[in-house]
Ligand binder design. Structure first.
Ligand SMILES: *Cc1c(COP(=O)(O)O)cnc(C)c1O
Length: 429
C-alpha cells in the first residue's frame, strides 16, 4: 500500500471524507488522493516521492509556480516580525493602494480570509446599498459555500432558489434567482418579473467552476446594461480570473466595469486571503464607516499580506507577464485541440489565457446544461492515465486547468506528448 493510501485511510477516520475540502477527494475519478509533501516551480511531490507536473496550482494561486523565491522571502521576513496582531498594519495600506491602483473599477477594498467570505460580504454590501433582497446568479457558477450562494438551477429560471446542500434552510436561498450562463434573455425574464427587488447580478466573468466556459460576445456587456437600467449592482466574482487573465482580471481583459469585485486565490500568493471592493459609495457603507457589518479577526493578516503583496508586485512589475503567459496558454490549448482533432475525437477544448479544459462531448459548451453532457467516465480514464504518467490535473471534469509562469516549453510539450499517447491508447480500446 502506498503512503498516500495509508494516509487517506487514516484521514478518513478523523476528517469527513478524509479531506478538508471536497474538491480534493478523488472519488469521482475512482482514485485515492495523492498526499502532497512538497512542491517547487511547476512540480509537486507526493508522500511516496512521486513527482507531478502540477496543473492545479492550488486552484489558481500559484500563478508564479510553487516557492517563488521573492514570495517566500517576503513571508519569512514577515513571520519574524510577528504572526498576527489583530491591529492595523502598514502592509494593509500598501495592499489596498496596490489593488486600487491596478484595478480601475476598485476605489475602496476590504480584505477578508477567503473567496467565500469575499462573495458573502459583497452580496451583503449590494443588499445594504440598494435596500433590495434578491440576487441573480448563474447555474454552474460557484461563488463559495455561503448559504445563499449554494443554489443549483431550479426547474425553470423563475423558480426561487432550491438549496443545493443539506443544512441550508429554504429561507436562506429564497432570494437567490438562477439564470442561464450566456443567456441574456433568461436574465431579462427575471428582471421583468421582479426587477425592483433585485440587488445584484453576480457572475464569474469567465466561468471556471463548471469546467471553463467563456462569456459569449455581448454577454457581460448585456449584464452591465441590464443592471444600469434597473438599479441593480453588477458583481464580478474574480476569485479565479482576478490577476490571471490580465493584471486587472477579466474586467480588464473584456473591458467591462463591474460595481463590485471579489478576489481570492492569486491575491493571497498561496496564503488564505480574499478581498472585495469597488465603488466608493457602496464600500463606504461597510462598518465601521457605515451600517453594513463585516469583520474578521485575522483579516489583513501580516504574513498573508506579505505573500499577496510580493506576488502582486511581481505580476505588476514583470514586463509582458500576461502577454507571455496568455500566449503560452493559447499555443498549449490549441495544441491539445489539434491533438484531439488528429485523433478523430469530437471532444471540445475551451480556453482563454492560462485557463482551459477539455469536455468529453461533441457539441459546444457555453452553459451548465451543455457542460453536464460531458462523459465523466471518459474524463476519469483520461485523469488516471495522466496521473499515472506524472501529470496532476484537477480530479473533476468540472474544474479548470491552471497554467503557471513556471511551466516552460519543455513541460508543456511533455504534457502534449503524454496526451497524444493517451489519445492513441484510448483509440485502441
Ligand atoms: C474558489 C472560488 C470561490 C471560493 O473561494 P474560497 O477561497 O474557496 O472560499 C468563490 N468564487 C469563485 C469563482 C471561486 O473559484
Amino acid at each position: 500500500m502506498s503512503k498516500s493510501e495509508m494516509l487517506f485511510q487514516e484521514a478518513a477516520r478523523f476528517i469527513p471524507g478524509g479531506v478538508n475540502s471536497p474538491v480534493r477527494a478523488f472519488g469521482s475519478v475512482g482514485e485515492t488522493p495523492r498526499f502532497i509533501a512538497s512542491a517547487n516551480g511547476a512540480y509537486m511531490t507526493d508522500a511516496d516521492g512521486n513527482q507531478y507536473l502540477d496543473f492545479v496550482g492550488s486552484w489558481g494561486p500559484m500563478i508564479l509556480g510553487h516557492n517563488h523565491p521573492a514570495v517566500l522571502d517576503a513571508v519569512l521576513n514577515a513571520c519574524r516580525q510577528g504572526l498576527s496582531f489583530g491591529a492595523a498594519t502598514e502592509r494593509e495600506v500598501e495592499m489596498a493602494e496596490l489593488i486600487c491602483s491596478i484595478v480601475p473599477s476598485i476605489e475602496m477594498v476590504r480584505m477578508v480570509n477567503s473567496g467565500t467570505e469575499a462573495v458573502m460580504s459583497a452580496v451583503r454590501a449590494a443588499r445594504g446599498f440598494t435596500g433590495r433582497s434578491k440576487i441573480v446568479k448563474f447555474a454552474g457558477c460557484y461563488h463559495g459555500h455561503s448559504d445563499s450562494m449554494l443554489v443549483k438551477a431550479g426547474s425553470g429560471v423563475m423558480t426561487a432558489g432550491i438549496p443545493d446542500s443539506a443544512g441550508v434552510p429554504e429561507g436562506c436561498t429564497q432570494d437567490t434567482l438562477t439564470a442561464v450562463y450566456n443567456d441574456l434573455e433568461s436574465v431579462e425574464e427575471l428582471f421583468r418579473a421582479c426587477g425592483s427587488e433585485i440587488a445584484a447580478v453576480i457572475v464569474e466573468p469567465v466561468a471556471a467552476n463548471m469546467g471553463v466556459v467563456l462569456p459569449e460576445k455581448g454577454f457581460l456587456a448585456g449584464l452591465r446594461e441590464i443592471c444600469d437600467r434597473s438599479g441593480a449592482l453588477l458583481i464580478f466574482d474574480e476569485v479565479i480570473t482576478g490577476f490571471r487573465l490580465s493584471l486587472s482580471g477579466a474586467q480588464g481583459y473584456f473591458d467591462i466595469r463591474p460595481d463590485l469585485t471579489t478576489f481570492g486565490k492569486i491575491i493571497g500568493g498561496g496564503m488564505p486571503v480574499g478581498a472585495y471592493g469597488g465603488r466608493k459609495d457602496v464600500m463606504k457603507l461597510i462598518a465601521p464607516s457605515g451600517p453594513v457589518y463585516q469583520a474578521g479577526t485575522l483579516s489583513g493578516n501580516p504574513v498573508a499580506m506579505a505573500a499577496g503583496l510580493a506576488q502582486l508586485q511581481i505580476l505588476r512589475d514583470t514586463p509582458d507577464f500576461y502577454e507571455k503567459l496568455n500566449r503560452k496558454g493559447d499555443s498549449f490549448f490549441e495544441g491539445m485541440k489539434k491533438a484531439v482533432q488528429e485523433a478523430g475525437k469530437p471532444w471540445r477544448i475551451n480556453h482563454v489565457g492560462s485557463l482551459g479544459c477539455i469536455f468529453f462531448t461533441d457539441g459546444p459548451v457555453s452553459n451548465y446544461a451543455q457542460a453536464k453532457t460531458s462523459d465523466t467516465e471518459a474524463f476519469a480514464s483520461y485523469f488516471s492515465y495522466m496521473l499515472g504518467h506524472g501529470i496532476y490535473l484537477a480530479p473533476s471534469q468540472f474544474e479548470a486547468m491552471f497554467l503557471s509562469a513556471a511551466m516552460t516549453e519543455k513541460e508543456l510539450e511533455g504534457f502534449l506528448e503524454t496526451f497524444k499517447i493517451y489519445l492513441k491508447e484510448s483509440q485502441a480500446k
